[in-house]
Design a protein around this ligand. Structure first.
Ligand code: TRP
Length: 334
């Protein structure tokens, strides 16, 4: 609890650029969360170095991500958007929690197995203990809720297990977090293979709409979206391409799929794709303009970064002091 509000924590990696899927599926839902929760969103650069990164690129992408979140409407005063590496408590608590995590548990993590297979030349210890750092992120902020994608559920489970184990030994130190899967907001699929999730790491550039794509690019990508050939705009599982476009259009306009079907009754795919493209482009344009404006305002962004690092450190240190005392570290002499 902070100022009588429950705590929310989430982390995001600065890999690649954000897609329309990230925006409609996650980010947009977060805009109103700060009314109910004290929100912390960390750009998790400590996690990023579990795979090799180009230093200049990493720094640039991290800053762009932070700026884009603000541009998309997350108020940086009501939402503490900060760099994980600016709050040393993450690494400190991760070390302590490493000593309360079993190798057997980590061996079961499917993301580790996937990433180890993908980066066979660099299976480092950080990649292996990645879930412990994630647990530290969440527990450091005593998060009540953690918005995550379904792929992170196993990491959330291990976080709860570690927290419960620690609490069983030392008393109630950590809040046990719950996953927040969001209002079942539309899951946005690839425009080229509509049975696959839209992903920022897709190799086919036509498969994803990037948040920074310009209007022409967006319209072109929607025109090329893979659909069936019966030319009727109906919301059906057998028509995954059209269903995805309806989901996107619904999500942006707030109309129900049935209303969208009605709106485009008698129209062809060409008209529909153009309408979806224009609607999405119109939605993203102000975000992009804001991003460009904010990117130029170095002082403003620096100010946010500094203030939020201080705020996050303050909250983190409260937990950390308690934990250090519990495990038996001597008090600092000041
Ligand atoms: N592992 C998460 C992902 O790849 C990112 C992350 C790091 C995170 N720490 C977190 C998410 C804490 C939620 C809470 O998506």
């Amino acid at each position: 609890m902070l100022d009588g509000k429950k705590m929310l924590f989430s982390g995001m990696q600065a890999t690649g650029t954000l897609t329309l899927g990230n925006y409609l599926g996650a980010l947009k839902n977060w805009l109103t969360m700060s009314e109910e929760y004290e929100c912390f969103y960390s750009v998790v650069d400590l996690h990023s170095i579990t795979v090799r990164q180009d230093p200049a690129e990493l720094r640039k992408r991290a800053r762009n991500l932070l700026t884009l979140y603000i541009a998309a409407g997350l108020d940086p005063v009501k939402n503490c958007i900060y760099y994980q590496s600016h709050v040393s408590g993450h690494a400190e608590l991760a070390w302590i929690l490493n000593c309360f995590t079993y190798v057997g548990e980590l061996n079961r993590m499917t993301q580790f197995k996937d990433k180890a297979a993908k980066h066979a030349d660099n299976i480092n210890a950080g990649l292996y203990t990645y879930p412990v750092l994630m647990a530290a992120d969440i527990l450091l902020f005593q998060a009540d809720v953690v918005p995550v994608g379904i792929d992170q559920m196993q990491h959330l489970e291990i976080t709860r297990d570690i927290a419960e184990r620690f609490n069983n030994i030392y008393g109630d130190v950590f809040t046990i977090p719950e996953a927040y899967l969001g209002k079942t907001g539309a899951k946005i699929m690839s425009l080229q293979e509509p049975t696959k999730k839209m992903s920022k790491s897709d190799e086919n550039p036509n498969a994803s709409i990037l948040l920074m794509d310009d209007t022409d690019t967006i319209i072109r990508k929607f025109k090329r979206a893979v659909t069936d050939s019966d030319n009727t705009i109906l919301y059906k599982d057998e028509k995954p391409g059209i269903k995805n476009l309806i989901d996107i259009y619904s999500s942006v306009t707030g109309k129900t799929p049935a209303e969208v079907e009605k709106e485009f009754d008698g129209k062809g795919y060409g008209d529909f794709k153009l309408a979806v493209g224009e609607t999405v482009a119109d939605m993203l344009k102000p975000v992009q303009d804001k991003f460009n404006e904010l990117s130029k305002d170095k002082e403003y962004i620096d100010g946010i970064i500094k203030a939020n690092a201080e705020k996050a450190s303050y909250v983190a240190n409260k937990t950390l002091r308690k934990v250090k005392k519990k495990v038996g570290f001597p008090e600092m002499i000041r």
